[in-house]
Design a protein around this ligand. Structure first.
Ligand SMILES: [Zn+2]
Length: 120
């Protein structure tokens, strides 16, 4: 059976992102996780660069549906994967979830011509 949707729990991904921003930021507005309209990608205030110093409502860190993270803040431009992000912030992801993520990515990367094109 072809499966092009995320098979893991997007609520779980969101809760991990929430943990990351809670650790990285002190401003309450920066601790929010925004779910984009497709329900499979998210925006956060970048935990690597701290995002905008002036505007706590800037969310330039994007995690897309294949769980690739990219920050659009000039000078940061951090690009990483969700699983590395968790490691960077000392968060352990459930082994079962990790397995599902990798399975999904395997299937996904086999189904697209060039992964790079799909990253953003
Ligand atoms: Zn950043």
């Amino acid at each position: 059976m072809e499966e092009n949707n995320l098979t893991f729990d997007t609520g779980y991904i969101k809760s991990i992102l929430k943990e990351i921003v809670n650790k990285a930021h002190t401003h309450p507005d920066k601790k929010r996780v925004h779910t984009k309209s497709d329900k499979k990608s998210w925006q956060i205030a970048c935990p690597y660069c701290g995002d905008s110093k002036r505007n706590p409502n800037k969310y330039r860190g994007n995690l897309n549906k294949i769980l690739f993270y990219k920050c659009f803040n000039d000078g940061c431009d951090k690009q990483t994967h969700f699983t590395s992000m968790c490691k960077d912030f000392g968060i352990t992801i459930d082994g079962e979830v990790k397995k599902k993520i990798y399975d999904y990515l395997d299937r996904y990367t086999n189904s697209v011509e060039t992964l790079q094109d799909e990253l953003m």
